[in-house]
Design a protein around this ligand. Structure first.
Ligand SMILES: C[S@@+](CC[C@H](N)C(=O)[O-])C[C@H]1O[C@@H](n2cnc3c(N)ncnc32)[C@H](O)[C@@H]1O
Length: 236
C-alpha cells in the first residue's frame, strides 16, 4: 500500500501494526501542515509500533526519536531494522507523563499521532514537558481522534454504552483543545483543523483482525459519522 511519495507498506505489515485509526493516513495529512526538512530532529511521542516514525524518516529524511510506553523499544528496533532505518530512527521506551529523558532545546519538532490525549490533557503539560524540549523555533504538532462538538454532559443515547470514563476524559473537540493550549505561557496555537482522512483512517483500522478493532466496530456503527472528528493542532 502506497503512502506518501516514498513510503510503501506491505498490506499485512500495515494491518498488523495499526493500533487505531490509520496512523499513516493521519501523519500523511498532518505533515501537509508542517515544514519538515532532512536536517531536523523529531520526537515522535506515543509512536506505538513506529509506523509514523518510519513514514517521517522515509518521506522527509528527518531523524526520529520513536518514543512509546506500551510498545517495547526492542520491538520497534526490529521494525526499524527491517526498513534499514537504524541511522535515522532511535527507539525509546518511556512514559510521556513523566520527565522525558531528553536535553532541553533538543528537538526541532515534537509530533504525536493518536496518543497525546493519554498524557497531554493537563493545563501545564505544554509548559512543563513539551516546550522545554523544543528549540526556540521548534513546534508541537498533534493529531488525534476527538469530537466535532463537546457532548457537555449530554452524551447521545446511542453513544452511552461506549462512554466510559477514559473516553469521556480524553475525547474533546477542537475548541476544547485550543482553549487548553491557550493556557500555555510559552506556546501559542498556530494551526487547528479537522483532518479529512477521519473516515478512511477508521475504516482501515476496523478492517484489521486486531481484537481492539473488533470491539470498536459497534461504537463506530453507533457513531455513524455524526460525532467523531480527527483533530489537528500545531503550536510554537
Ligand atoms: C492508540 S495507540 C496509537 C499508537 C500510534 N501513535 C498510532 O497511531 O498507531 C496510543 C499510543 O499512546 C502511547 N501512550 C499512551 N500513554 C503514553 C505515555 N504516558 N507515554 C508514552 N506513550 C504513551 C501508547 O504506548 C500507544 O502506543
Amino acid at each position: 500500500m502506497k503512502f506518501g511519495k516514498r513510503t510503501e507498506f506491505e498490506k499485512k505489515f500495515y494491518e498488523d501494526n495499526l493500533m487505531g485509526p490509520s496512523a499513516v493516513r493521519i501523519i500523511d495529512e498532518l505533515a501537509g501542515h508542517l515544514t519538515l526538512t532532512p536536517d531536523m530532529r523529531v520526537l515522535d511521542l506515543g509512536c506505538g509500533t513506529g509506523l509514523t516514525s518510519i513514514y517521517l524518516a522515509q518521506e522527509f529524511g528527518v531523524q526520529v526519536f520513536a518514543t512509546d510506553l506500551w510498545t517495547p523499544a526492542v520491538e520497534n528496533y526490529k521494525r526499524i531494522q527491517a526498513f534499514e532505518l537504524e541511522g535515522k530512527i532511535i527507539p525509546i521506551h518511556c512514559d510521556a507523563s513523566q520527565e522525558l529523558p531528553f536535553a532541553d532545546g533538543y528537538f526541532d519538532a515534537i509530533i504525536s499521532v493518536d496518543a497525546y490525549y493519554y498524557f497531554g490533557t493537563g493545563a501545564d503539560y505544554i509548559d512543563k514537558r513539551m516546550k522545554p524540549l523544543l528549540k526556540s523555533d521548534g513546534f508541537l504538532a498533534v493529531a488525534m481522534p476527538g469530537l466535532k462538538k463537546e457532548f457537555a454532559g449530554n452524551v447521545p443515547d446511542e453513544m452511552k454504552p461506549f462512554w466510559v470514563d477514559e473516553v469521556n476524559d480524553t475525547f474533546h473537540d477542537l475548541n476544547w483543545w485550543r482553549a487548553l493550549w491557550s493556557k500555555s505561557e510559552s506556546m501559542h496555537v498556530t494551526d487547528a483543523f479537522p483532518l479529512t482522512c477521519n473516515s478512511e483512517a477508521w475504516q482501515d483500522w476496523l478492517k484489521t483482525d486486531n481484537p481492539y478493532a473488533k470491539s470498536d466496530i459497534a461504537m463506530m456503527e453507533a457513531e455513524g459519522g455524526k460525532y467523531f472528528d480527527m483533530l489537528g493542532l500545531v503550536g510554537s
